[in-house]
Every structure is written in structure tokens, then in C-alpha cells.
Write a protein that binds this ligand. Sequence first.
Ligand code: FAD
Length: 440
Amino acid sequence: MRIVVIGAVAAGTSAAAKARRNDDEAQIVIYEKDQDISYSGCGLPYYIGGKIQSLESLTPRDPAFFKKKYDIDVKVGQEVLSVDTENRTLQVRDLSTGNVYGDTYDKLVLATGAAPFVPPVEGIGQGHVFFLRNVQNARDIRSHLLERKPSHGVIAGTGFIGLEMLENLLEMGLSVSVVEVADQVMPGLDRDVSAYLEKQLEKRGVRVRKSKSIARIEEREVVLDDGSRLPAELVLMATGVRPNTALAQAMGLELGTTGAIRVDKGMHTSREDVYACGDCVETYSAITGKPAYRPLGSTANKTGRIAGDVLTGGDMEYRGNLGTGIFKCLDLAIGSTGLTEREALGEGYDVEVVHNIKPDKPEYFHGEEMLIKAVADRKSKRLLGVQVIGTTGVDKRLDVFATLITYGATVDQLFHLDLAYAPPFSTTKDPVHYTGMILE
Ligand code: FAD
């Protein structure tokens, strides 16, 4: 059996490695158009900011590693141009020579990922305007910082990449302006949680220009849609991503309602023996069962592993996601899992909501304020979603909540959880317990 995978970052390499674990004999080839493979995109902001000194630590596995450990051929600098699903053939271009050649497959995996959304802004093609998606983007931004030594930066977008990069550009000594087209910081959060985050950012000297977009980018300035000007020798567009579906569409694969490739729980696409995984696929909400697009490394690794298992005869199935995510900005950690209040209302739930502000540890252990907003279904008492902002211990609470939601916990069960306690880590009644006590 010849297995061909397209894309060699998180999902593609997970699929190939799992396929090899299940099947010693298959030929496995991965085509990747870039030069960097199997890297941690999530670590790139910290390389740019200088916290991670070596880019190699984010890209520990090269094609030789995959050959030696898994007998997988990773072919970099090779772009798959087209796939003929009738004849199970593909056309590939060697980007170093321009040569186009053919290959065949028995099972095909699309792990083509996502690409940054490029808004139609005048001047966006200039050398000091960046997107951050891959290792080469990170190299380019870091080189620009070290060689040009910009003093001012503008970041467009307050999603997790924009806010992670805010921290890292500040770390590099830039004065940074942040612009957000929506009327709230981090549009994915509930408005009240977003307002709390905005206040926390302001306390740390960061002002976000909301309801503003970039109209034009000049050599040393950014012009906003209200005509105001911001100094910028570096501009980062963190304006979201879109699934890479051009190849899938040309192959006639069905897309879902979110615009990503439609797959079933075994990562089969609409064509026989063609699978897809990672940021190019549509997944679904574990709470509502409805289609969702969650371009996250955590999900990409999972869906990749499932594709690799199923195409080699395994029976793994994807079980949906909660959109759980966390990121750091300055000393703040911001996380969310499950439905926000806005989403729950949109789904028709009669919601019960609590805002619980408690220290994460006792005062004598320098406990610091943590906001937990929890949303539950009044009728069934099921916990639906939680948003958490604090400085320490946010990850622990978020993961406890994600686990509770996954297993359908009701609010009365929270108080009874036997959670770990010692003063350096939490309070005797943990913020998770308090959340349940208020909701009950
Ligand atoms: P991609 O990483 O997009 O890889 C797809 C690959 O396919 C690309 O290398 C592309 O060149 C290749 N390809 C596409 N088309 C072709 C073709 N026709 N021929 C050959 N090759 C092709 N996620 C988290 O869960 N937590 C985080 O903290 C987090 N932080 C992030 C921070 C940053 C700055 C970024 C950019 C992303 C972050 N993510 C995070 C998201 C995570 O990195 C992605 O979800 C993950 O990389 C998706 O993996 P993938 O393999 O599906 O797609």
C-alpha cells in the first residue's frame, strides 16, 4: 500500500507516524512545499521575542529523522499541484527546479492546513508588513527586528496570535499600537469578559484601538479608517486564518458549512480513500454536535492521528471539541472552553451565568485575582462553557472545566470534586469549587 500525505506540519506528520505504527509495510510519503517540517507554530512568537533562542528547538525533526525513526519519506520543497481521484494519481512540482512529475497513491491524506487571511489593505505587500504562520515568517520578522531595529510596531487583530505577539514585540523594546476592527478586544470572548481583559491590558499600559481598521500602510506609518496615523516600521497582520482548500475543491471534495473540508468522524472525505485532517478540516462541537472550525495545534494532532489510524484499518473516531484554548499575554493567561454565553444563547439555552472573581492562592502566598465566567444550562444544570483570566493557575482550572464539560458534569458536582490543595497552588476551596457553589 502506498500512502501519500500532503502537508508536513502537525496533522500530516501525526497521520503518517500513526499509519506507520499500525502498518510496518506500507510505503509512506509526505509532500511539503515549504522547507520546514513538523515544527511548533505555537512557539514562534517566543522565538521572535527572543525567549526561545534557537529556532532548531522548535523544529527538532527533519526528513532524516522521519526516515530513520519511521521509514517515512518527507519530500520538502515539493508542491502537490493536482490530484486525480479516479486514477489515484497526483502531479507534483519540485519548487527548486520547476520540474513537474507524477506519483500514485492507494490512500491519500490532505493535511494542507490553513493560511493567514489577507485583508484588502493598500500597501500590504511591503517588506515591513508581516503575517505569522510558519517558520520562515518567524525568521523574517526576527531578522527585521534585529537588522532594522524598528521602534514602533502596529498589530492588527486581537486574537491569540496578535496578543502573543504584542508581548513579544514589547519584549523586543518596540512601542506597539494594537488595532481591532471589532468593538471589543478578542471578539471570541463574551463582551463582559473582553471588557475585563481590556481593563487588565490597560493596567499594563496597553490601549487597544477598537472599531478601527487599517486603511493604508505607508513606509513608516499606518493610516486607520478614521484618518488617524500610527507610527510603524513593523506591521503584523494577525487577522485570522482560512483553511487551505483550493486543492480539495479542485479534486471535487465536499466542503462543510464553515468552508473547511467536510470529513466524518474517521476523517474520510467525500471521496473514497481520501482523508483530511488538521487546520484544513471542519470538525464539530462536542456540546451541540454542530460543525465547527477550530484551527488549533491540539486538534490538528488529534485529527491527524485518527486519519493515520483509520486509513490503516483502525477504528478511532473523532469525538468533537470544545474549542478549548489558552494563551499568554504579558503576565496574563486567557483561556476559554465550551460555549460562551453569547453562543449558548444563540443555541437556544436558558442560561445561568456566574462571574467568580477569587484569588488563585491564599493571600499569604501572593494569590492573585482570577476571573472565572461560567455558563450553565438552567434546565439540565449542565455546565456549558467557561472563560478564565488570571495570572497563575488559569491552565489548571481551564483543563478541569474542559474535562467536566467533556463528561457532561452538572453544576452540583463541582463542589464535590476532590481537587489538590496546598497553599502554593490553590485555596482550600478552589475557584472551581466556588464556581459550582455559586451556580448551584
Ligand atoms: P499547517 O501548520 O498549516 O501545515 C500545513 C502544511 O501543508 C504547510 O506547511 C503547507 O506548506 C503544506 N501544504 C499546503 N498545501 C500544500 C500542497 N499543495 N503541497 C505541498 N504542501 C502543501 N495552536 C494551539 O493549539 N495552541 C497554540 O498555542 C497555538 N499557537 C499558535 C501560534 C502561532 C503563531 C501560529 C501560527 C499557530 C498557532 N497554533 C496554536 C495553531 C497551530 O500551529 C496549527 O493549528 C497547526 O500548525 C495546524 O497544523 P496543520 O498540520 O493542520 O497545518
